[in-house]
Design a protein around this ligand. Structure first.
Ligand SMILES: Cc1cc2nc3c(=O)[nH]c(=O)nc-3n(C[C@H](O)[C@H](O)[C@H](O)COP(=O)(O)O)c2cc1C
Length: 281
């Protein structure tokens, strides 16, 4: 999946859209997207993520399935749907691969919206022929967006404070949790970290916490006090989205590295260690 613009531009452009124009996507563009997006991808932890796109009308007419989003999305005509088998780091890999497709669609000038809760899972599973051992952690409508957001979209965004992001001081640390990481401490990694900060997350909870120590960036997950237990552990998907933004931006800047699960003596209060990016020069 190649991007036509620098990934940092796409990350800055992407915003969740819940109101679409009642118009179709041009056939050539549809074919191009189908060709580029559909397939099986491996995430950084080697889980296979299957992605496909569907026209809602086509599915409903041919398969007699009503793809519902409980009215959360207006005029959704197209959907990006994916599956993964539950496994260690499967949700993180899903977050990584699905977000890369979201950024690709953003580059095609289309709106998207991660939906983890507000869609009818069983119908989407039938649309993509999910096998019994596959889950659909999240889906996204996509298409040409309306000029203005619907009132419902605006209310949801207001409720989740979607425009806001936590400051660096709450997310990124140097050596230990009691020392803030400044942009100058981050050096060449200031942009990849900023791109993590701008990432979407379920209910905009922004659970990522990162500690830089020498050449390593240790990623932790800090759960929100009000996280409800849901069928899918959304913060783990958020961690995968963070990995996607961090790695794609780092690579675009010519920085190389790899993801590992390293034993670390560093701790963050109320946070779970997840994985580490080791910079390789
Ligand atoms: C894993 C995940 C699940 C989400 N689930 C929903 C959902 O079920 N319904 C919804 O309206 N928005 C959902 N969102 C969108 C978030 O509310 C949105 O990304 C966040 O408020 C930040 O806004 P932005 O995407 O415009 O930057 C989800 C986002 C993520 C990453």
């Amino acid at each position: 999946m190649n991007f036509e613009q620098p990934v940092s531009n796409l990350i800055k452009t992407r915003k969740s859209w819940r109101s679409y124009k009642n118009t179709t996507i041009d056939t050539d563009l549809w074919k191009r997207i189908k060709n580029d997006v559909t397939g099986e991808y491996k995430g950084p932890f080697e889980n296979a993520v299957r992605l496909d796109i569907f026209g809602k009308k086509h599915i409903e007419e041919n398969k007699n399935i009503a793809l519902g989003t409980y009215g959360f999305v207006k005029n959704a005509r197209y959907f990006l749907i994916g599956t993964v088998k539950p496994n260690d780091k499967a949700l993180e890999d899903y977050g990584f691969c699905f977000e890369r497709a979201i950024l690709y669609l953003t580059g095609m000038g289309l709106g998207t919206c991660w939906l983890g809760a507000t869609f009818k899972r069983s119908d989407f599973a039938r649309a993509i022929h999910a096998t019994e051992d596959e889950i659909i952690p999240a889906v996204s409508p996509f298409g040409h967006t309306t000029e203005q957001r619907s009132i419902r979209d605006r209310l949801i965004r207001m409720g989740a404070k979607s425009k806001k992001r936590k400051p660096w001081s709450e997310l990124f640390f140097h050596h230990a949790m009691n020392t803030r990481l400044t942009k100058s401490d981050a050096g060449t990694y200031a942009v990849p970290l900023e791109m993590v900060r701008l990432a979407p997350s379920a209910s905009n909870k922004q659970p990522w916490r990162i500690i830089k120590k020498e050449k390593a960036f240790h990623f932790f997950l800090q759960r929100h006090k009000t996280n409800h237990s849901t069928m899918v552990d959304f913060p783990r998907i958020d961690m995968g989205i963070a990995m996607c933004h961090f790695e794609l931006t780092a690579r675009e800047q010519g920085l190389s590295g790899k993801w590992v699960q390293a034993r670390t003596d560093i701790e963050i209060e109320n946070a779970e260690y997840k994985f580490t990016w080791i910079h390789q020069s």
